[in-house]
Design a protein around this ligand. Structure first.
Ligand SMILES: [Fe+2]
Ligand SMILES: [Fe+2]
Length: 211
């Protein structure tokens, strides 16, 4: 990845500028550290994978605390690609596409795996690559998360992510879907398709081509 150090520096200062002292800054930095740890455990010689997940994790929640109207305006103004379900549902589904867009337009990142990891970090998708799976799991398992009471096995899953990522990805995906169902909300089609894929029903990717 070109200009890796420069991109990391830019993202770190952007996190600082937007969320200094807030729990979200701690979450982002903690997820970044943990994602690199997972990548290193899977293959410590795979520098590209480590860089991909580092950059993706530092960017993934850059827009998390932005007001809905501001996000919608940004998506409209900059013609950020977003699927119809997310556009209509809004809420937590609006912050990932602008973050991928930021990486592409403000940092010059062209690496599809890095962009997809950010773009799909809230929903998951069938055909997810390694970097996507790592960020998806690291985001959920974030070691700095304080309330582990309802999920006492998070530290076990965190260890397992380094040795059996696919199993943990499936577990995390399932928990996120169940959580959404518990809230009485509809499930994003990408998440359903990802679940069908990991449970043995192959689906084709809804398309990650135009990031
Ligand atoms: Fe997020
Ligand atoms: Fe996050």
């Amino acid at each position: 990845m070109r200009d890796y150090e420069k991109i990391v520096e830019q993202l770190r200062s952007e996190v600082e500028k937007r969320y200094a002292g807030k729990p979200l800054a701690r979450h982002i930095l903690s997820v970044a550290e943990f994602a690199v740890e997972i990548a290193g455990s899977i293959d410590c010689n795979d520098t590209l994978l480590c860089r991909r997940v580092h950059v993706a994790a530092l960017a993934h929640d850059l827009y998390k605390k932005f007001p809905q109207e501001e996000l919608r305006e940004l998506i409209r103004r900059e013609a950020i690609p977003i699927d119809e379900f997310s556009r209509q549902a809004g809420g937590g589904l609006l912050h990932a596409p602008p973050a991928a867009h930021y990486l592409r337009t403000r940092c010059g990142v062209r690496d599809e795996e890095t962009l997809c990891a950010v773009y799909y970090h809230t929903t998951g998708r069938p055909g997810a690559g390694l970097a996507e799976k790592i960020l998806f799991c690291a985001d959920y398992l974030d070691p700095s998360r304080e309330n582990h009471a309802s999920e006492p096995d998070l530290s076990i899953l965190s260890k397992k992510a380094k040795t059996d990522l696919d199993a943990v990805y499936r577990e995390v995906l399932g928990r996120k879907l169940v959580y959404t169902i518990g809230k009485g909300k509809p499930l994003h089609p990408s998440g359903i398709a990802a679940w069908n894929e990991v449970t043995g029903r192959n689906q084709s990717s809804p398309g990650a081509g135009n990031l």
